[in-house]
Design a protein around this ligand. Structure first.
Ligand SMILES: Nc1ncnc2c1ncn2[C@@H]1O[C@H](COP(=O)(O)OP(=O)(O)OP(=O)(O)O)[C@@H](O)[C@H]1O
Ligand SMILES: [Mg+2]
Length: 243
């Protein structure tokens, strides 16, 4: 655990980003990873879990509501981040597919509409944590969770969800897709206020070349730079240039 400014930090192992963050994400923080479709949010968050499992033995849990577990595993294996291979990370890197839970609920006669998805995710996490000491948690994605959560007071429920999530003591990375036109602003702006940090991924097209950029929009307990930096991605390795 790096402690350059007194707070224990979880390194991202993204070259440059850890410099911006004075060593990493404050341990126990809830951080939104946001970007438009295809800006490598899933790859980045998985890479953070993978590197922390590999180099620090941290237990990571990736909860997916978007891609199936098989699909995600195939994508990450292609990028050189298989959970089994030269090193076996299966006991430190778990993937939970909430789509499977939806299927199970449907079979049990419970519909999506009557399920409280925030509570359901917390229940899953608590039961998982009793067997597997999760240090790092990824939720892919908040948009999917918010769209399933069909209740009257999503703002209030989101507030309670984030508070209870924080009480679980994990460092949480919440994926939020922006700019797809489907977000009314309710979930995202409320989310941005409530979380400890926001890391944004951007893709800018210059003629026929797409350049990636990354910036830290906010991070409590850190005096970080606000600039955006070019991001180079090569297989599963990310590098923020000039940070
Ligand atoms: N080095 C690379 N440079 C550019 N693109 C890459 C590179 N490596 C992988 N990709 C591709 O980038 C795409 C987006 O990655 P990823 O799925 O992580 O993004 P995402 O933001 O989670 O997307 P989505 O909006 O679909 O959830 C993937 O199809 C992946 O194969
Ligand atoms: Mg994704």
């Amino acid at each position: 655990m790096s402690a350059s400014s007194g707070v224990p930090r979880v390194p991202t192992f993204v070259t440059g980003l850890d410099n911006i963050l004075n060593g990493g994400i404050p341990q126990g923080a809830t951080v939104v990873i946001e970007g438009s479709a295809g800006t490598m949010k899933s790859t980045l968050t998985y890479a953070i879990l993978y590197q922390n499992a590999l180099r620090r033995g941290t237990h990571g849990l990736y909860m997916t509501l978007e891609q199936s577990r098989t699909d995600l595993e195939e994508q990450m294996s292609e990028l050189g981040m298989a959970r089994t291979g030269q090193v076996d990370l299966k006991d430190r890197l778990a993937i939970v597919d909430l789509g499977e839970l939806r299927h199970f609920l449907a079979e049990a006669g419970e519909s999506d509409l009557t399920t409280d998805w925030f509570k359901s995710v917390l229940r899953q996490l608590r039961s998982f944590k009793s067997e597997f000491p999760v240090g790092l948690f990824v939720l892919d994605s908040m948009n999917a969770l918010l769209s399933l959560h069909n209740k009257e007071n999503p703002r209030v429920d989101l507030f309670h969800f984030l508070r209870e999530l924080k009480e679980l003591g994990m460092t949480s990375l919440l994926i939020s897709e922006i700019g797809d036109g489907s977000d009314t602003g309710l979930g995202r702006t409320t989310l941005d206020y409530l979380v400890d940090g926001i890391i944004r991924m951007e893709a800018n097209r210059v003629q026929d070349i797409v350049n990636m950029q990354m910036g830290v929009v906010k991070m409590r307990k850190s005096s970080h730079k606000r600039s955006f930096h070019p991001l180079i991605v090569s297989r599963g390795r990310f590098e923020v240039v000039g940070a």
